[in-house]
Design a protein around this ligand. Structure first.
Ligand code: GDP
Ligand code: MN
Length: 436
């Protein structure tokens, strides 16, 4: 279950362009390539993409930010500017002078299909598109900004990406001539259309390797030369920015024979950010799901899952074990949540607020193994939290370890019951979730 939870968290986190690959059977050969972020949940909480993200491990950039990184590395990326209002979009379109594309800037793939990418022939049309796209919901995320960029003529669309492969402990380059459309669909229907190359990080992507990949995309030597350069630079951005994913979908060829990146996706590894303050600044707090932001601010590791048993646990290992046991007794965890090793009642309050912000949660399960974390502090946090917020959902509390007796007394005085058995608590929680 730990793996399953982590895998699912990663699928959500990875974004539409590659996330579903991890779950697909026919895409299983790509699983290894997607393993890194999955394991990351165990390490520190994983994140990215659609709604399910956490405090640590992944920070998605907007397309316009990723484009800027690509551009700075010398990759051919069309110009463009970001607008927060239809009028601004109109002004940018007028400046660009010609057909433009208005593109929703949200941390989600598949914007095109969702109506978040629109071609406009005139500035007035760009304004109209912007007014429709701004405020739109794409995969539960509200669009607050649009990118206005010159429309390119497209002769063909390819895919190019690089991500960390934990299994081989290497970055893996992935390319496909079948680009533009969802790459996971290609993995399902035409796995042979995808080529991977594991890169030895000691040497980086060697010129002949970049050439080999480019050669699978194009047959025209002029295109291969351009693509070789782009792939080398893509790898360069991936390494220098400390990314877990850098992706171009689509990589286009124009009718004039120019290869260009017209979409850009970069996910940064949070653990790298401390030494890259200029990248850390790119975090768009507004664009993140509320629960995730709250979790990060409260220094909690949180991964939303699809079940209905809300979990509040101290320690990542115990959190995983708790989810396993919930599964074992026939339930489904609503989240992974590690309140960490501290003894801060405020954290418990924040954790409860975050858990209960998920409407699917039917029951809240506390599982605390007191060591450095003192059970009485957690108990005080629970009591304090129920003073501040109306829970309206049953709570099952299991506490054992440091100061457990005081904790149980505190809770009983406040009208709660708590036990020491993890099995009993999990069973009870699953029962209540089923009944509720
Ligand atoms: P995504 O759907 O979130 O991946 O957004 P993309 O930026 O990849 O855009 C989706 C699709 O819109 C692309 O695959 C293209 O087919 C189309 N598109 C995007 N930009 C342009 C452009 O400049 N010109 C043309 N003709 N089509 C574009
Ligand atoms: Mn795309």
């Amino acid at each position: 279950m730990a793996r399953e939870a982590a895998r699912r968290a990663n699928e959500r986190g990875a974004g539409a362009d590659q996330g579903a690959l991890a779950g697909s059977k026919s895409g299983r050969y790509l699983d290894a390539a997607l393993a890194p972020a999955r394991c990351a949940v165990v390490r520190a909480g994983d994140g990215g993409g659609q709604r399910i993200r956490t405090r640590t491990d992944a920070m998605n950039l907007h397309e316009y930010q990723a484009r800027a990184l690509f551009r700075a590395a010398g990759m051919p990326v069309p110009p463009g500017e970001v607008a927060a209002t239809p009028e601004e979009a109109e002004r940018i379109a007028a400046k660009l002078d010609g057909k433009v594309v208005v593109k929703a800037q949200v941390h989600a793939g598949g914007r095109g299909k969702a109506g978040g990418v629109k071609l406009a022939a005139t500035p007035a049309e760009a304004r109209d598109h912007a007014s429709r796209i701004l405020g739109m919901q794409i995969r539960g995320l509200t669009v607050r900004k649009v990118l206005v960029t010159p429309a390119e003529e497209i002769a063909s669309e390819a895919y190019a990406g690089v991500l960390v492969d934990r299994a081989s402990q290497r970055p893996v380059m992935i390319v496909s001539a079948a680009g533009g459309i969802d790459i996971e669909e290609v993995a399902h229907t035409r796995p042979e259309a995808i080529r991977r190359l594991y890169v030895d990080p000691r040497y980086g992507l060697l010129p002949h390797q970049a050439y080999w990949l480019a050669d699978t995309l194009y047959s025209d030597e002029r295109l291969i030369t351009q693509a070789t350069d782009i792939l080398s630079k893509l790898y360069g951005v991936f390494v220098s920015s400390g990314a877990s994913l850098a992706e171009i979908n689509p990589l286009i060829v124009t009718p004039a024979g120019q290869v260009k990146a017209i979409d850009a996706k970069v996910t940064l590894d949070d653990n790298e950010l401390f030494r890259k303050p200029e990248l850390a600044k790119l975090r768009d707090v507004e664009a993140e799901p509320e629960a995730e932001r709250r979790a990060r601010e409260a220094a909690l590791s949180y991964v939303k899952l699809d079940g209905n048993v809300g979990c509040c646990v101290n320690g990542a290992g115990l959190a995983m074990a708790t989810m396993d046991l919930i599964k074992f007794y026939g339930g489904d965890p609503a989240n992974f949540l590690d309140i960490g090793g501290s003894s801060n009642p405020d954290k418990v309050v924040a954790a409860l607020e975050i858990i209960t912000s998920d409407p699917h949660v039917k029951v809240i399960l506390f599982n605390i193994f007191g060591g450095i974390t003192r059970c009485d502090d957690v108990a005080n946090g629970i009591v304090e939290a129920t003073r501040r917020i109306r829970l309206e959902r049953p709570m099952v509390i299991r506490l054992t370890g440091t100061n457990e007796q005081q904790a149980i007394e505190i809770l009983e005085k406040a009208g709660f019951s708590a036990g020491r058995s993890m099995d009993a608590a999990v069973q009870k929680a699953v029962e209540l979730a089923k009944a509720g």
